[in-house]
Design a protein around this ligand. Structure first.
Ligand code: ASP
Length: 411
């Protein structure tokens, strides 16, 4: 009897086939860049065009399905606190690891650092990040895929529907129906994930293969040790102790989303896959449709580890030793920077400028690692979405317990 392979199995196959094909094209990255990458780009485009409607309708319908505003507040606060704590832990892990390996990051000579050129895209200041969360226009954030204000709009819209009682019900039903339709469209696109993953992986290996040498390989290695430590220790413990789920079951269930994040390097684009995986793992759909889109935008543990490691590395290249005060500042700004980082490819590197500026390290230093940012980004995005999933599972467990208690009292 023939057994049909599952989608996650196909995604794995797509990734490995992509790596093998990429190795074959090591000497000729021009070919993959021109003929294979565009198909990966089509896949990402398809995911991206759905990001705004997914976030808008899933958060609004998540708020509506939580049924009362008090519950929205309580789930929202727990989610936010969880996200901030895990992100701060991530920065600390990154700082400790990078400090341990610092001796192996050689300071560059003055001529090299003077020749560095990195055109820093303007990274906003801390207060500006906070102000930018609140939209001054309904459509602008949607057109610019500016997710923080879109989230604020969705929450307010959902709260408005709840507050309107009977009258709001009709709009609520329409939002729910639209949410279902968008999810169906997403499922169609998710089916081509193995192919998209193949094309993207092939190109990354073909283009970056030779660059992964020497010191850069070491920094990348340190970041990846941090990612793995965070996954195993923080997420493993969270899933086991807070949610009472076997970490193996969790990681097996979330693997398709991790691979999608690894290859698309975009938390936003991975969102549909994450929602699907979490619901399959037993998360409450109304919780995952609220917690995951929020996390894809504000919770970036991988990005935080990367920023900590990159900051220490760049400081070492300039021969600067960071004091404890500097490190504390890095924890604060990297946590904030990760909130302000959009869930799109490469955004974490732009926000790194904010961290470097705060502690007075030349932003041009980003040029040293910019060439291999993609490789950092793959791991950090996979971590980012896994953190969101652990939160969705935890909050779901709490809500299920509450519901069971209520039912027991009612009996
Ligand atoms: N690519 C990351 C994400 O989408 C953000 C980053 O660049 O750190 O989660």
């Amino acid at each position: 009897m023939k057994r049909k392979l599952s989608l996650p199995a196909w995604i794995f196959i797509g990734m490995f086939a992509g790596i093998l094909a990429g190795l074959c094209f090591l000497g000729n990255p021009g070919f993959t860049d021109e003929y294979i990458k565009p198909f990966g780009t089509i896949y990402i485009n398809l995911l991206k065009f759905l990001v705004v409607p997914v976030v808008l309708f899933s958060i609004t319908s998540g708020v509506i399905s939580l049924k009362d505003l008090k519950r929205v507040g309580s789930v929202g606060v727990r989610t936010f606190v969880y996200y901030m704590c895990t992100t701060a832990l991530a920065v600390v892990i990154g700082l400790i690891l990078a400090s341990a390996f610092k001796g192996m990051f050689p300071p560059l000579d003055a001529a090299t650092t003077a020749a560095l050129e990195y055109e820093a895209k303007e990274s906003p200041g801390v207060m500006q990040v906070i102000v930018n969360i609140f939209p001054d226009n309904l459509l602008k954030p949607m057109v610019n895929t500016d997710m923080l204000p879109v989230i604020v709009i969705s929450i307010l819209f959902g709260a408005g529907i709840l507050a309107s009682g009977e009258k709001g019900k009709m709009v609520g039903n329409a939002v729910d129906a639209l949410n279902d339709v968008i999810m169906k469209v997403l499922m169609m696109i998710i089916k081509i994930t193995p192919f998209g993953v193949f094309c993207l992986m092939c190109n990354v290996v073909a283009v970056n293969g030779p660059k992964i040498v020497g010191t850069l390989a070491l920094v990348i290695g340190v970041a990846y040790i941090g990612y793995i430590l965070h996954v195993v220790v923080v997420y493993g413990l969270s899933v086991k102790c807070l949610s009472g789920m076997s970490p193996i079951k969790f990681f097996k269930g979330i693997a398709p989303a991790m691979i999608t994040a690894f290859t698309t390097t975009s938390s936003n684009a991975t969102l549909p896959v994450s929602i699907e995986c979490c619901n399959n793992l037993g998360a409450e759909p109304e919780v995952s449709s609220f917690v995951l889109p929020l996390g894809a935008t504000i919770n970036m543990d991988g990005t935080a580890i990367y920023q900590a490691v990159a900051t220490i590395f760049i400081a070492s290249c300039y021969g600067v030793d960071l004091s404890l005060g500097d490190m504390a500042m890095v924890v604060l700004t990297a946590t904030l920077a990760s909130i302000g980082t959009a869930g799109v490819s490469g955004a974490g590197m732009i926000m790194l400028a904010m961290v470097l500026t705060t502690i007075g390290i030349p932003v041009e230093g980003i040029a040293i690692i910019a060439g291999v940012d993609k490789i950092f980004d793959m791991g950090r995005t996979a971590l980012n979405i896994t953190g969101d999933a652990t939160c969705a599972i935890w909050i779901s467990k709490q809500e299920q317990k509450k519901a069971a208690k209520k039912a027991a009292v009612a009996e």
